[in-house]
Design a protein around this ligand. Sequence first.
Ligand code: VGL
Ligand code: ZN
Length: 198
Amino acid sequence: MNINPQKTLLLLVDVQNDFCPGGALAVNDGNAVVAPLNALSRALTGKGGRVAATQDWHGAGHSSFAQWPVHCVQGTKGADFHENLDLKPVSIIIRKGFRQELDSYSAFFENDSSTATGLEGCIKQLNIETVIIGGLATDYCVLYSAMDCRRLGFNTIVVSDAVRGVGQPEGSVEKAVETMKSNGIQFCTSQEILDIIK
Ligand code: VGL
Ligand code: ZN
C-alpha cells in the first residue's frame, strides 16, 4: 500500500462516552479503540496529515431515541469524547444528528443520504486522497462513514484493531465488514499503518 501522509485524513468516529463501557449505548470493549487511534493521530500529524473527529450530537427527545436508548445528548458527559482520546492532534470536529427528525450515522451525510455534514467539502479543499477510519460502531457509524467515503472517491482504509461493533442484530458486525470489503474498502492494523507512514 502506498499513502502520502500529507494527503491523508484520520477520521475518529464517535469515540464518545455513551458508546464506551458504562455509557448509555455502550459498545463492548469500545474504549479499546482509544490507544491505537492516539498512536495513529500522533504519527500522522507528525508527518503533515490531518485528524478529524465526529460527535453524535442529539437534542433532547431526538427522533432516533425511538430505536436507541437516549444517548449523546448535546452538552452532556455522554456526548463528550472519551477522556483518554488525545484531542490535541484533532483539527476538525464534525457534529452530526443534531436535526431533531433526522438521524446521522455517516460522517459525510445524514441518513436522508443528501444532507451534507460538510466533511466532504472540507477534506476536498485540503486535497485529501486517503481516509483512515476508526472508532464506533463498526456496524453503524463506521460502516456508513466508510461506505460514503469510498463512494465519494477517497482511498478508504478501516483500522481493524481500532473499531468495535454493536452486534445487533446478530451478525451485523460480520455483515458490515463483508459489505465494506466487497466495496473496495481496505482493512489494516494500526501497526501496519504506522509502519507505512513512519
Ligand atoms: C451510533 C447508533 C446510534 C454509532 C450512533 O455511533 O454507531 N449508533 N447513534
Ligand atoms: Zn445516535
